[in-house]
Design a protein around this ligand. Structure first.
Ligand SMILES: Nc1ncnc2c1ncn2[C@@H]1O[C@H](COP(=O)(O)OP(=O)(O)OP(=O)(O)O)[C@@H](O)[C@H]1O
Ligand SMILES: [Mg+2]
Length: 484
């Protein structure tokens, strides 16, 4: 708050005598408080506020003013015009109600404070000057705070709507319809959520949707890639440190948990978290407090925890790589996203959505797919799930054909994944700009033959034998081809 700014007042008062009393009361503070305008009835007050809503900070109004508008009604009208305006009501008497009830009805209507006039025979001041002036200063402070909050929320609010539109979960399958309903419900709670599903099924997307549908949506969403932070830095990243906590800590660093306070923390690839950090995380979840390096007292944080993995966390627990107690803490509300191949009706829908979306983005006409091309997409297994489909559509658009044929799909799939193989089309190596080099063709041929042999055999040893390769060579070549 700007301590030197003049507080501008609109006074709604119909009696000359009372106007002077207000002026007298605040006269000693005329450096800070100024009566900008005086009007004598509610109607002119509203008209004035509608025209010059930023001209005033505080409204001081008589409860019984000419024009007969009830005080509470006028208060509501003023609040409708600008929620941040603060209203102080002055009144001579307490109209058939107890003081308490009267105050209650004014405050409920939205008034900041009310003052009773002193008996009329006290000429000079009608109000207890300290109370009256103090309430003006307090009201001003509140007004500034609300203004700030409205401004920052308005900014973020637009963002939230934008984010929710860009992060829509597309699909028409029963599973996705249920998933969207589940997210709406889960968003209302504060309990930890564990999101599982294969790579590219939309785990991060679901996390976004939980956060931006919850009451925490105006606060931070902090994604943390547990596999992406070097082990020795994890704790300082998560919990932060104070200046001087260790040599080299020349500035304090807030941890991600502090940044996410009141918001949502998304722990992605949670099994990658080293066991030592798992202990610390567990403690934070239990106590709701973080221990910051170089600080004696703990810091309270209020965060919602979402976590995700494409591994089977149960197995990680059994193998001793993940703490069981932490697993139960995180897995309060489980969400599983089924792979794309188990909800085939989404394939056509998503393809159509992505085609339209990206065609619009790059300003190209939306191509059509032949029926064979479409059924090829539906038949395909999509090991990379929605991410793979999204990439494929972008690639198809890049080719710029008006009609998309199975050939082009086969080609695009071949590039989107090392295991990509077209079922209908054995040797379609043609590319958008001519033909493959001999080396590339050999690689693809080798890949397809490797996949074929592996699908017909029960073990790597058997496959290597059929291919006539020594096991080390067989494994090396598998690796080169991107096969496990
Ligand atoms: N149902 C869907 N509707 C629209 N877009 C989707 C959908 N599912 C996934 N996507 C998109 O696919 C891509 C992959 O999704 P996301 O990153 O959420 O997957 P993930 O499960 O976190 O994958 P990984 O395990 O590899 O991290 C993103 O671009 C995402 O927007
Ligand atoms: Mg992810």
């Amino acid at each position: 708050m700007d301590k030197n700014k003049t507080i501008k007042i609109l006074l709604i008062e119909d009696e000359e005598f009372d106007v002077r009393r207000v002026e007298n009361t605040i006269a000693p503070f005329k450096q800070r408080i100024k009566i900008s305008e005086v009007v004598s009835d509610g109607k002119s007050a509203i008209e004035l506020l509608e025209k010059k809503r930023n001209e005033f900070d505080i409204i001081i109004m008589d409860y019984q003013i000419a024009g007969g508008i009830r005080g509470e009604y006028l208060i509501k009208k003023i609040k409708d015009i600008d929620l941040s305006l603060q209203i102080i009501v002055i009144t001579k008497m307490t109209i058939n109600l107890t003081d308490y009830e009267f105050a209650q009805s004014l405050i409920t209507a939205g008034a900041f404070w009310y003052c009773t006039k002193y008996p009329v025979d006290i000429e000079e001041y009608i109000y207890q000057p300290t109370d009256f002036v103090l309430s003006i200063f307090n009201a001003y402070e509140k007004k500034e705070l609300i203004k700030e909050r409205i401004n920052s929320k308005a900014k973020i609010k637009r963002n939230v709507e934008g984010i929710l539109t860009s992060k829509q979960i597309i699909g028409i399958s029963d599973q996705i319809v249920k998933l969207r309903e589940q997210i709406k419900k889960i968003a209302e709670s504060n309990a930890p959520v564990l999101i599982t599903g294969e790579s590219g099924t939309g785990k991060e997307l679901v996390a976004y949707n939980i956060h931006y549908n919850s009451h925490r949506k105006y606060e931070n969403f902090v994604p943390i890639n547990c596999g992406g932070i070097p082990e020795q830095l994890i704790e300082s990243e998560l919990f932060g440190y104070e200046k001087g906590a260790f040599t080299g800590a020349d500035k304090a660093k807030p941890g991600l948990f502090e940044i996410g306070d009141k918001g949502t923390i998304f722990l992605d690839e949670i099994p990658e978290l080293p066991l030592t950090s798992q202990v610390k995380l567990l403690r934070v979840l239990q106590d709701g407090e973080v221990e910051k390096l170089g600080r004696l007292d703990k810091i309270k944080v209020d965060v919602r925890i979402l976590s995700a993995t494409n591994k089977n966390l149960d197995e990680e627990v059994k193998a001793g790589r993940f703490r069981e107690d932490l697993f139960y803490r995180l897995n309060v509300l489980p969400i599983f996203i089924p792979p794309l191949r188990e909800r085939k009706e989404d394939i056509i829908f998503l393809t159509d959505y992505f085609l339209n979306h990206y065609a619009l983005d790059i300003g190209k006409p939306v191509p059509t797919l032949t029926e064979e091309a479409m059924s090829m997409l539906v038949d395909y297994d999509w090991p990379g799930n929605v991410r793979e489909l999204k990439n494929l559509v972008q690639r198809l658009l890049f080719y710029g054909e008006n009609v998309i044929t199975p050939d082009q799909i086969a080609n695009a799939i071949g590039k989107s994944t090392s295991s990509g193989i077209s079922k209908n089309d054995g040797l379609s190596f043609k590319t958008e700009n001519g033909f493959l080099t001999l080396k590339e063709m050999e690689k693809q041929l080798r890949l397809k033959y490797f996949q074929y042999i592996r699908s017909k055999t029960n073990s790597d040893a058997e496959a290597a034998k059929i291919l006539g390769l020594a096991p080390p060579n067989y494994y090396r070549m598998c690796k080169e081809l991107g096969l496990k």
